[in-house]
Design a protein around this ligand. Structure first.
Ligand code: N2P
Length: 363
């Protein structure tokens, strides 16, 4: 009898073990494309035993659509502070971070977190992952050949139709995102990048339509491949993506050179925020993942690979000198002072911008 009991107990325990195995801990991460150090994911899995399912998106429009629809199944998402992160907070699509579970939050630069507090009062919903600017990627050699008299540190290179016309010969690529492009155009034209005034939007539409014939293609999620391969010599693009392209072009050694420029008129600065959807199926694992990422050596590894700045000062001495010293990744104070952030605009204004964007793309 006693023997039978032991056997039953053993069978019960084995059953439990199988159930535990079937429910292996996991975390579903949804991040921007080309925005991770794969070694960080491996190390997280090794150290925590939590399996990472990792998906990518290539525009804020895609991320926002999934989040607002709900039941995305994601545990960690990385929306840009404005307009998406702040809009998701207001829509109730994210949950407050449990600070007690995030000891490494203390590693974040308080000055940078304070900049994000206008989108997220009290920094209740997000931790800065990486940040960057949206400016111009170019092959300086080809650009100098086709437009020798054009200033190479100005939005004029792209937005002056005479320049765009000459550079069309070596290829112009534009980010396929109204959210990213329209504020830059408004700012270039001397309007408030957050303007919802129909007259300002009409002005931006005129400016975009004037260069439409010279745009070869629209890129989702950045133009890394197009720039690295030399298919394109000018792109309105995210800073780190252009710098990744410059690294790939150098490695390929096929005569393509790529450079990122934060135009002198100023550029949008964007903070991408680690955050947790309201209906995340694995909130505890989400916090474990976020806290893991906020360690100086992990974030240094990410910056070394993706070439975007992070917000953890203690990571700096672990970042390769040529990256820490690259003003494309870490802008000088003077360039930094010329950056601007956007706000979320009304739903009506957003719709007007999307319609304008569709008309512009259709040409
Ligand atoms: C995409 C990176 C996007 C950064 N590779 C947007 N701030």
């Amino acid at each position: 009898m006693r023997h039978v009991k032991i056997l039953l107990a053993a069978a019960f325990l084995a059953g439990l073990a199988t159930a535990a195995h079937a429910q292996k801990r996991e975390v579903n991460v949804f991040n921007w494309s080309d925005y991770i150090d794969p070694k960080a994911l491996e190390r997280f899995e090794r150290e925590t035993g939590i399996h990472v399912r990792y998906d990518v998106y290539d525009s804020l429009e895609t991320l926002e659509g999934k989040m607002l629809a709900g039941h995305s199944g994601y545990d960690v998402v990385v929306p840009t502070s404005e307009p998406t992160f702040s809009r998701l907070i207001r829509a109730g699509a994210l949950q407050k971070l449990d600070r007690a579970k995030l000891p490494h939050l203390a590693n974040l630069d308080p000055a940078l977190m304070a900049r994000v507090a206008s989108s997220d009062p009290g920094n209740a919903y997000g931790a800065i992952y990486l940040w960057g600017t949206t400016g111009i990627g170019m092959d300086p050699v080809k650009v100098a050949k086709l437009a020798p008299d054009a200033a190479r540190d100005s939005w004029d290179l792209l937005f002056k139709p005479a320049n765009a016309k000459r550079l069309a010969a070596c290829g112009i690529t534009m980010l396929d995102s109204a959210i990213d492009v329209i504020p830059s155009v408004l700012h270039y034209l001397g309007h408030d990048p957050n303007s919802a005034a129909p007259a300002d939007l009409a002005d931006a539409e005129r400016a975009l339509k004037a260069i439409r014939p010279y745009i070869r293609n629209f890129a989702s999620g950045g133009a890394i491949e197009q720039m690295a391969s030399g298919e394109t010599c000018l792109a309105l693009d995210y800073s780190g993506d252009v710098i990744q392209a410059s690294v790939r072009a150098k490695e390929a050694a096929k005569g393509v050179s790529v450079k990122y420029v934060l135009p002198r008129e100023g550029a949008q600065i964007a903070f991408d925020m680690l955050s947790v959807p309201k209906d995340a199926p694995h909130p505890a694992e989400a916090l474990a993942f976020i806290d893991f990422m906020l360690q100086p050596d992990v974030m240094a590894g990410v910056t070394n690979i993706v070439r975007y700045a992070n917000a953890i000062p203690a990571s700096h001495d672990k970042i390769a000198a040529e990256i820490a010293g690259d003003t494309g990744t870490y802008p000088t104070p003077d360039l930094m002072a010329r950056t601007f952030t956007v706000h979320a605009i009304s739903a009506d204004a957003t719709r007007a911008r999307s319609r304008m964007w569709a008309r512009f793309k259709a040409g």
